[in-house]
Design a protein around this ligand. Structure first.
Ligand SMILES: *Cc1c(COP(=O)(O)O)cnc(C)c1O
Length: 355
């Protein structure tokens, strides 16, 4: 038997989520596929989303190149923009849209003769996240300079929310107002919403939505009544078992000590596959479709689960680390992180697609 560990990627669920986000937001949709589609495989996801999205967003040019090399033709947007003039020229020549978010990038476009093909730029305004983007009072001047280069076929006005996943926090409403004021009188499509923006802030929906995490079915609001379906199932098998006697310790650091006879299942998946080592005893896992718990410390290639409450489970029983039974959000919160990090850390296990 080969190692029974894999990440199953349900492309039907991906398409479902893309349709949900698109109809909720209205307008057009950039499906964000950066970081290998949050660990789900960018090329396969791009192919699956061809009919339900209007373009794909990636973080940097190399990610766009990989999509183009795999034959993905539709509109691509590079969310960090170009790092140098060579990238700028290559992107424009390849019909790849670029975010422009700081002075150096703007100056690069002013100084570099670009290929004579329609170039699309997304001008990013810092409406309050204070990470990237032109200051609100510099937005109109940046827009006019971009226009004055004569090299921008279209300019989309965008911003990014810092706290859209907090429906009761006023920060997003303030960002929205700052963006509106900064872009007043400037023509061009608008794009404000990431996944949480689309889900929680109807007033921020505009011409283009930019969902990422929601496409993969991990609701950023942590809502239990989410309309989204999980896309990835991280799974393995129990491949060995043993009985711990009261007082016996399990695994590295003796992090778990049995207080009663405890049947332990050994699972062929560890932190080298992207399962978080920070997940401690008590983190939920499913064995044979039933919830039980992780016990002991996660090691590089293996982890251990409690089979005591599941008398019929044993060697060969399927294990779900996250997926439809165990929400990835729940594992993330047990590990002190967010679903984004867990999903894009998945590695070493093969990705298997369900279409
Ligand atoms: C990553 C990213 C998104 C997608 O964010 P999610 O929270 O995953 O929906 C949207 N816009 C920009 C600029 C991003 O960098």
């Amino acid at each position: 038997m080969t190692r029974p560990s894999a990440a199953l990627i349900d492309l039907r669920a991906l398409r479902h989520n893309a349709r949900v986000m698109r109809s909720m937001h209205g307008g057009r949709q950039i499906a964000v596929l950066k970081s290998n589609a949050y660990g789900h495989g960018a090329v396969a996801c791009a192919r699956a989303l061809g009919g339900t999205s209007d373009g794909f967003g990636v973080a940097f040019l190399e990610e766009a190149r990989q999509l183009r090399a795999a034959g993905i033709e539709g509109p691509l947007l590079v969310l960090e923009g170009a790092f140098d003039a060579r990238e700028l020229v290559e992107a424009v020549a390849g019909g790849i849209a670029l975010v422009v978010h700081h002075e150096d990038q703007l100056r690069m476009i002013e100084r570099t003769p670009l290929p004579r093909v329609p170039a699309s730029f997304w001008l990013k305004i810092d409406s309050g996240m204070h990470r990237a983007g032109f200051a609100p009072d510099a937005a109109a001047a940046a827009y006019r300079r971009l226009q004055a280069t004569g090299q921008a076929h279209s300019i989309t006005l965008m911003t990014h929310f810092a706290r859209a996943d907090e429906p009761d926090c006023p920060a997003t409403r303030e960002q929205l107002a700052v963006f509106e004021a900064a872009t007043q009188g400037l023509t061009g499509p608008r794009s404000l919403c990431n996944s949480a923006g689309i889900l929680a802030w109807p007033a921020a929906r505009r011409d283009w939505g930019r969902p990422g995490i929601a496409l993969y079915g991990a609701d950023p609001l942590g809502s239990s009544a989410s309309p989204l379906a999980p896309v990835m199932t991280l799974r393995s098998h129990v491949f060995s078992q043993r009985l711990l006697q009261p007082g016996e310790a399990l695994g590295y650091g003796g992090a778990f000590r049995a207080t009663e006879p405890t049947r332990v299942g050994l699972v062929a998946l560890g932190y080298a596959d992207g399962y978080p080592r920070a997940a401690a005893t008590g983190t939920p896992v499913a064995v044979d479709g039933q919830r039980t718990r992780l016990i002991g410390r996660v090691s590089m290639d293996m982890l251990t689960v409690d089979l005591t409450p599941l008398p019929h489970a044993g060697i060969g029983s399927p294990v779900e680390l996250w997926g439809p039974t165990i929400p990835v959000n729940e594992v993330a919160s047990r590990a002190g992180t967010i679903a984004y990090e867990l999903l894009c850390n998945v590695k070493r296990v093969p990705l298997q697609y369900l279409d």
